[in-house]
Write a protein that binds this ligand. Structure first.
Ligand code: SAH
Length: 340
């Protein structure tokens, strides 16, 4: 519930308005997992809350910790038995959590493990927040940055995503700055346009992966629905409306989108935009035959873009010793439980 919804709920119970503030703090500022832990509420009120409302938190069923960089991968069980994964990463600027937005995904990107079996369901805002609160409690850290780059297509779950972001940025809760939140999309044009009008300062990361319509269609079925030209126009308008620089994600696949000509076409595509390109050497998924270029080819690709004056980084690989790649923890967990 938003603060306003919670206020109405509390009023409906016949409670004083300040109770909404107390409850909101227990739910979001220093989250607890049961009404009984809300010690400044009377026992009668706690009992009455437990009768009328439900407080559920995703339960960590598996936590893997990298020995090399401290990255932690969490597998959470939801109330209905579905499992999702999230990642905690340490950066110089603080702790960042990568959250999932759906159980599975229906976008079908060819190289992605999370979409192999389609979408099971959307996550509720509480389930997205629950990943952050659960990790924060388990690891004992304050999460300062959030990237919606886990399994799922966030803009395919638009209303829950917006509710999640607004709750996360509420000054009475975690009080994250919009600038500390990044939403990654495969390029759903109408939703990108809608997001631009929400008055948020969040960063939009666009999964580009190819600089021609033809190549993009081969990697991402969604490209058939939204033409590259329309996606780029929506990104330019997003930048204009929000003043926020777009991040383009480009997964490098050997022999598919990694040549000099690809780099040149990419530079031409983003010319004139204030943007950032993040190169991701593709993480191999065993069902697919995609491989990352060797290190030298990745650096050459980066170099070529830099020479055109583009801001480029190569995604730092984190947690590779714990099966770090996208969606693979959940996948191996599901495969394991099927064999049992
Ligand atoms: N649905 C959102 C979030 C998905 S995951 C989106 O499409 O942006 C975040 C990023 O990881 C996306 O850019 C996605 O294309 C990329 N990705 C997924 N699987 C990958 C893999 N095996 N190797 C490299 N990048 C991958």
């Amino acid at each position: 519930m938003t603060y306003e919804e919670l206020s109405a709920f509390v009023a409906d119970m016949g409670e004083k308005p300040f109770r909404a503030g107390q409850l909101f703090a227990w739910l979001h500022a220093r989250p607890v997992s049961s009404f009984d832990q809300m010690t400044d509420l009377s026992a009668a009120l706690r009992a009455s809350l437990a009768e009328r409302a439900k407080l559920v938190s995703p339960v960590p069923v598996q936590v893997l910790e990298s020995k090399t960089d401290g990255t932690k991968k969490y597998l959470f069980a939801l109330e209905d038995g579905n499992v999702i994964e999230s990642v905690l990463m340490k950066y110089s600027y603080g702790w960042s959590v990568c959250v999932s937005s759906q159980v599975g995904c229906r976008m079908g990107c060819r190289f992605c493990a999370s979409t192999l079996e389609g979408r099971v369901r959307d996550l509720a805002a509480s389930e997205m927040l629950g990943q952050i609160y659960g990790i924060s409690a388990h690891a004992g850290v304050r999460v300062s940055h959030v990237v919606v780059m886990g399994a799922g297509e966030p803009l395919d779950n638009y209303d829950n995503l917006l509710r999640f972001i607004r709750l996360l940025c509420d000054p009475r809760g975690q009080n994250l700055s919009g600038r500390a939140v990044t939403v990654s999309t495969c390029g759903l044009v109408p939703q990108i346009r809608r997001l631009a009008e929400e008055g948020l300062q969040i960063t939009l990361a666009l999964s580009l992966h190819a600089s021609s319509q033809e190549k993009r269609e081969k990697l991402m079925p969604i490209a058939k629905r939204y033409a590259l030209g329309d996606v780029m126009a929506a990104c330019r308008d997003y930048e204009k409306a929000t003043g926020r620089r777009i991040t383009f994600e480009y997964s490098l696949v050997r022999g598919v989108n990694d040549t000099d000509a690809d780099a040149k076409a990419l530079a031409a595509l983003v010319r004139g935009m204030r943007c950032h390109i993040n190169l991701i050497p593709v993480n191999p998924v065993k069902e697919r035959n995609y491989r990352a270029p060797d290190r030298r080819a990745v650096l050459a690709f980066q170099n070529k873009l830099e020479k055109s004056g583009i801001n480029v980084t190569i995604r730092r690989e984190m947690g590779t010793d714990i099966g770090g790649a996208c969606g693979q923890l959940r996948k191996s967990y599901l495969e394991g439980s099927r064999q049992e």
